[in-house]
Write a protein that binds this ligand. Structure first.
Ligand code: NAP
Length: 373
């Protein structure tokens, strides 16, 4: 049992509950019981929570291996076709309904579990959404994702292990702080894996989105040259983030567009979150011993690959599903030192989460959509 605080007098709270895989109608705004923190957990009064694609991927069933297509706005609103079996989460079969989603919670600790220092009550925290088992090897420690295998931040209160409730010393607002956790920790982990160095050139796809806009900033922070790919209409905002070069996603000849910018030697690295039809061109555009990292496949999870690019250019490739603890700690430092800035496109109240999802999947925005609680 947790040690209650006077701030938590209610037994129930408002929450947006995901009741199953499917369309927006699976999200129900309702009263639920306020969670009780376990011995090593803290209870957080949530102020804001960012929207992420993982919310959409899980709700719609897009993580299912039966789904081979891009995550279109139609799927985002209505879910995957009903004949898709074995729906689940990124972890395949670990999801239980009802579930409160929301990976990017920010708020104040109002109660703590038996084994947590009571002085944590009152701290403003940002949740590190990757719940780890430290006894496992470093790249396989992520065993649950906040808002996926356990309840998350689309509620007035949420609980998480104390270690994942991170204090951040910053003047940023709750809404701004709630724009970082999932996207930026994923982005930084991608750059850690490819060991991006100052002076290198990196291709950043989906550069108008949550992870992509993070990658533009995080790569510039490392002193790299960034070639960004995003929708033509978003060029000015993406350049404003720091992108040195811009290739419109509408261009089909991505490899040629990259060659025009870097020459025949090829590009040093690719930080990709789209996959899809241009994936093979990304490998073609890499230099000998170039590095490719993926954390997303919004444009299609099953692209063609020419293994001769991988083999005869000695390419190195990584997948990123669970950022490491040290990466999240780095992220907190970047925020506290003002080395990266938030990019909040729009906010919605919790009760309007369906509207927020509708806008999110239309992909007209740049940066993050944040829910206020
Ligand atoms: N592995 C992880 O831990 C992790 C964490 C976060 C996200 N992800 C994944 O990474 C991907 C991106 O996430 P995000 O939060 O950055 O998403 P996001 O905010 O929706 O941004 C994705 C961007 O990709 C572009 N895009 C959309 N549909 C596309 C298509 N069919 N082809 C090419 N580009 C398309 C859009 O930009 P333009 O319209 O401007 O081109 C959009 O802004 C998702 O698949 C997500 O599930 C993974």
């Amino acid at each position: 049992m947790g040690i209650p605080n006077a701030a938590v007098s209610a037994a129930t709270m408002k929450a947006m509950v995901l009741t199953g895989h499917g369309g927006l109608d699976k999200l129900i705004y309702q009263d639920v019981t306020v969670p009780q923190p376990g011995p090593e957990e803290v209870l957080i009064k949530v102020a804001a929570c960012g929207v992420n694609n993982t919310d959409i991927n899980t709700r719609t069933g897009w993580y299912s291996p039966h789904v081979k297509t891009a995550l279109t706005s139609d799927i985002g609103v209505n879910g995957v076709p009903a004949d898709a079996e074995e729906l689940g989460t990124w972890d395949r079969d670990s999801l239980k309904f009802p579930r409160i989603q929301g990976a990017d919670a920010v708020g104040v600790i109002v109660a703590v579990g038996r084994d947590v220092d009571r002085r944590r009550i009152g701290e403003r925290v940002m949740v590190d959404p990757c719940i780890r088992n430290p006894s496992l090897p470093s790249l396989s420690q992520g065993v649950m994702y906040f808002g996926s295998e356990c309840d998350g931040g689309y509620a007035e209160y949420t609980k998480v292990v104390s270690e994942n409730a991170m204090t951040v010393n910053t003047n940023l607002s709750d809404i701004e702080l709630a724009s970082f956790a999932c996207s930026y920790s994923t982005g930084e982990e991608m750059l850690v894996r490819i060991n991006l160095q100052a002076g290198e050139t990196v291709l950043v796809t989906g550069a108008s989105g949550g992870v992509g806009s993070a990658n533009v900033q995080l790569a510039k922070r490392r002193g790299a040259r960034v070639i960004a790919v995003a929708g033509q209409s978003k060029e000015a905002l993406v350049r404003d983030l720091g992108a040195d070069e811009f290739i419109p996603r509408e261009r089909q000849d991505l490899a040629r567009a990259i060659e025009e910018l870097v020459g025949r030697r090829g590009i040093d690295a690719v930080a990709d979150v789209t996959g899809g039809p241009t994936f093979s061109q990304m490998l073609r555009a890499l230099r000998r011993a170039g590095r490719y990292v993926s954390a997303g496949a919004i444009a299609g999870p099953c692209p063609e690959i020419d293994l001769r690019d991988l083999i005869y250019k000695d390419l190195q490739m990584w997948g990123v599903g669970n950022p490491q603890k040290s990466t999240f700690a780095s992220l907190v430092g970047y925020i506290e030192r003002g080395e990266i800035r938030p990019l909040v496109a729009k906010t919605y109240p919790l009760a309007a989460l369906r509207d927020a999802h509708t806008e999110f999947v239309s992909k007209a925005h740049v940066g993050k959509i944040v829910i206020t609680i």
